[in-house]
Design a protein around this ligand. Structure first.
Ligand SMILES: C[S@@+](CC[C@H](N)C(=O)[O-])C[C@H]1O[C@@H](n2cnc3c(N)ncnc32)[C@H](O)[C@@H]1O
Length: 345
């Protein structure tokens, strides 16, 4: 096998995939895209006098890309062929993650259902992209983006479990303490509707109850000192805070902060996404050594996250100024090693 080199392309992603990446069909484990989304805005990259300080004067404001479209139809006709060719790049267990917001996410969902098949839709992830929504006289301030996740084949697709760190709120139930640390109590007897007439009761250590687990399992937990006996003789299981991996992440991602002027990773690129967001995405659906793509790369966030997680990557952006930002940013990262910057003719 030829030695792999990561690549940053400066061109339209449709031409790239159709003309340059033919030999990589079926090779991408994961593609993340954060395309234009009909926002009606011309985006720029701001450079300020004192570096990142949001209050300081802007020295330059260079256009990076134009997200103005004549109509939704024109936008969808732009997206359709690009999404279609991206599908052909995926491995059998691969997935496409499309980052959008309220402007077009519903239209693109329908488009993707047509391309991938409704049955291959996996998740609509909601990411809280701002903690301070604007007050407005009509409706409510928009606070979230949407990431649509499609598998090439949902039967073959799997995600790695991802956990987020405990916070004060999630630690609250762990209100008991012993010499092994903080713990909470988990029911081992059927509760509420679980207490159906058919559920068998049995006697265990002096208490007859509709236990949810077999006697051998309860005995094992007893030997491991994981059973808690309350004053009235009821048993529950101890779950120690230190034994948990954190809180399983659901489709609601409110724990990843947006990139702001003060953030270390801030480049001035207006639609820059946080590395932590891309790390979560990449961690959850690919493995070390896999190939990850981003064909609307902007400031290159996907490459930064992919490199830190030891994935190979190919990025592409149409805008020369976006490529400049991405290139500079990736070059600064020690672990990326050499990569190619290519402008196909
Ligand atoms: C929302 S930004 C991506 C931001 C990126 N996720 C980041 O973290 O910086 C969308 C990018 O898509 C690029 N773009 C627009 N049309 C394109 C096309 N046809 N092919 C490749 N890139 C395109 C724009 O130049 C812009 O940089």
């Amino acid at each position: 096998m030829r030695r792999w080199q990561n690549r940053l392309y400066n061109c339209d992603c449709l031409t790239l995939i159709q003309e340059e990446l033919m030999d990589l069909r079926g090779e991408f484990r994961q593609i993340y895209i954060d395309p234009p989304f009909l926002s009606g805005t011309i985006y720029t990259k701001k450079t300020r006098v004192d570096g990142d300080a949001e209050s300081s004067a802007i020295v330059s404001d260079i256009e990076t890309y134009n997200d103005k479209w004549a109509s939704i139809d024109e936008y969808l006709e732009f997206m359709r062929p690009r999404l279609t060719v991206m599908k052909d790049l995926l491995t059998e267990n691969g997935s496409l993650w499309v980052h959008l917001d309220w402007h077009v996410s519903h239209y693109v969902k329908v488009l993707l259902d047509g391309i991938f098949g409704y049955e291959n839709f996996v998740n609509e992830i909601v990411w809280t992209r701002t903690n301070s929504p604007k007050t407005q006289s009509k409706g409510f301030g928009a606070q979230h983006d949407v990431i649509l996740l499609y598998a090439l084949d949902s039967e073959k697709f799997q995600t790695n479990s991802v956990y987020r760190k405990h916070d004060e709120r999630s630690k609250r139930p762990y209100s008991y303490k012993d010499d092994r640390g903080r713990f909470r109590l988990i029911e081992i007897e059927a509760q509420g509707i679980q207490r159906s007439e058919n559920r068998k009761q049995f006697e265990w250590r002096g208490r007859t109850a509709p236990y949810l687990y077999r006697k051998e399992t309860l005995e094992k937990w007893w030997r491991e000192d994981l059973i808690y006996r309350s004053r009235n003789g009821r048993y529950t299981k101890k779950q120690y805070l230190d034994d948990t991996l954190g809180i399983p992440v659901s489709d609601l991602w409110f724990d990843i902060a947006p990139v702001q002027g003060k953030s270390k990773e801030y480049t001035g690129f207006l639609t820059q996404k946080p590395v932590a967001l891309l790390e979560r995405i990449i961690q959850s659906a690919s493995e070390s050594g896999d190939l990850v793509g981003d064909f609307f790369a902007g400031s290159g966030t996907t490459a930064i996250a992919a490199a830190s997680l030891r994935r190979r990557w190919i990025l592409c952006d149409l805008s020369a100024s976006a490529i400049e930002v991405a290139k500079e940013r990736i070059e600064k990262l020690e672990m990326t090693g050499k990569f190619l910057t290519i402008t196909p003719r």
